[in-house]
Design a protein around this ligand. Structure first.
Ligand code: CP
Length: 344
């Protein structure tokens, strides 16, 4: 854990292999702890975690709040609809109001790319001792989801030692609406860092050719890639071909709310070509697990029967793993906060 240096968690492109290993190791320890009885750990006692979600969420916000409570933090949840944003207060002033109330760990989701990063920069420039966790920004990044997906896969391949090495040489297929998916982008950084090969599958409208080079260079504003050798990324248009030899399949929600134009002729046609069913998975040539970040459009990205089949579907496991992963992130970030700001 000694080489963890992040003050904020904004984008997995900035994570080294050691960072991934640290988060997975901590999450495995938190996951093994009892969740009833004397279940709270004192690590965040006296700290205030605030969730600021400017976009809807079921999983991410609730699991961050549960994770914070399991570490004994106080938790305040901001809801934009009933806030003073409607009176014209700016986003930054809203956040600074929570910081003035003692918030030190801020989980931010926003529909616009880079809002969590801009808030982190503004608060750093003001000398505030706070940590910002990106709960999902625009089409850009959803780091805690990428980490919980990595943890779920690592636990599937190596239940007793779910380290990044468990992914090395594995072929992971990501099928569906990659274009609008911040989850896919975070998974690309995480999976390739751990040495997995990623096969992206979907029509050109949802999986543009440019995604083959997505991890070829660090994102703008980041000087270097902290990972020396990444797994390969390739694009395959035909689902059966993509599935041949796969070790796991992740399907993504069709984000129709983000589509600027009609990118699909019909949902039925999409399901026939790219929807996962028990029958379709036979193309893998062996039993493989299926993941989906949720929320799922049943019968579109995957059949309801597949989603509900615990022998194949890791979707509920992903949700469960979200809590220890978010505990790990909160735990790591609190270590960089000013100890004197802790309330008695
Ligand atoms: N996967 C995910 O981000 O789900 P929520 O939108 O429910 O948080």
């Amino acid at each position: 854990m000694s080489d963890w240096t992040h003050r904020h968690v904004l984008d997995l492109a900035a994570f080294s292999l050691s960072d991934f290993a640290t988060v997975l190791e901590l999450a495995q320890r938190f996951r093994a702890m009892p969740t009833s009885g004397a279940r709270k750990l004192p690590a965040l006692q006296g700290r205030l975690v605030t969730t600021l979600f400017f976009e809807p969420s079921t999983r991410t916000r609730s699991s961050f709040e549960l994770a914070a409570r399991r570490l004994s933090a106080d938790v305040v949840s901001f809801t934009p609809g009933s806030s003073s944003l409607s009176k014209g207060e700016s986003l930054l002033d809203t956040v600074r109001t929570y910081v003035a109330m003692g918030a030190e760990l801020l989980v931010v989701r926003h529909r616009a790319t880079a809002v969590p990063q801009q808030l982190a920069e503004a608060l750093d420039a003001a000398g505030e001792s706070v940590a910002v966790l990106n709960g999902g920004d625009g089409l850009h990044s959803h780091p805690s989801q990428g980490l919980l997906d990595l943890f779920t896969l690592a636990r599937h391949f190596a239940p007793d030692a779910p380290a990044p090495e468990a992914l090395r040489g594995r072929r992971i297929v990501i099928v569906g609406d990659v274009l609008h998916s911040r989850v896919a982008r975070s998974n690309l950084w995480a999976l390739t860092a751990c040495g997995a090969e990623v096969v992206l599958c979907g029509p050109p409208t949802l999986v543009p050719e440019a995604f083959a080079d997505f991890v070829a260079a660090p994102p703008p504003g980041q000087a270097r890639d902290p990972v020396t050798a990444r797994g390969l990324v390739r694009i395959e248009r035909d689902l059966d071909t993509a599935l041949a030899g796969a070790d796991a399949v992740m399907t993504l929600r069709l984000q129709q709310e983000r589509m600027q134009q009609n990118l699909l002729t019909s949902l039925d046609g999409y399901h026939r070509r790219y929807g996962l069913t028990h029958g379709r998975l036979a193309a893998c040539g062996r039993p493989v697990p299926v993941l989906h970040p949720g929320p799922v459009n049943r019968g579109v990205e995957m059949s309801g029967a597949l989603l509900d089949d615990p022998a194949v579907s890791l979707v509920e496991e992903q949700v469960r793993n979200g809590i220890p992963i978010r505990m790990a992130l909160l735990y790591l970030l609190q270590s960089s906060l000013n100890p004197s700001s802790k309330r008695p």
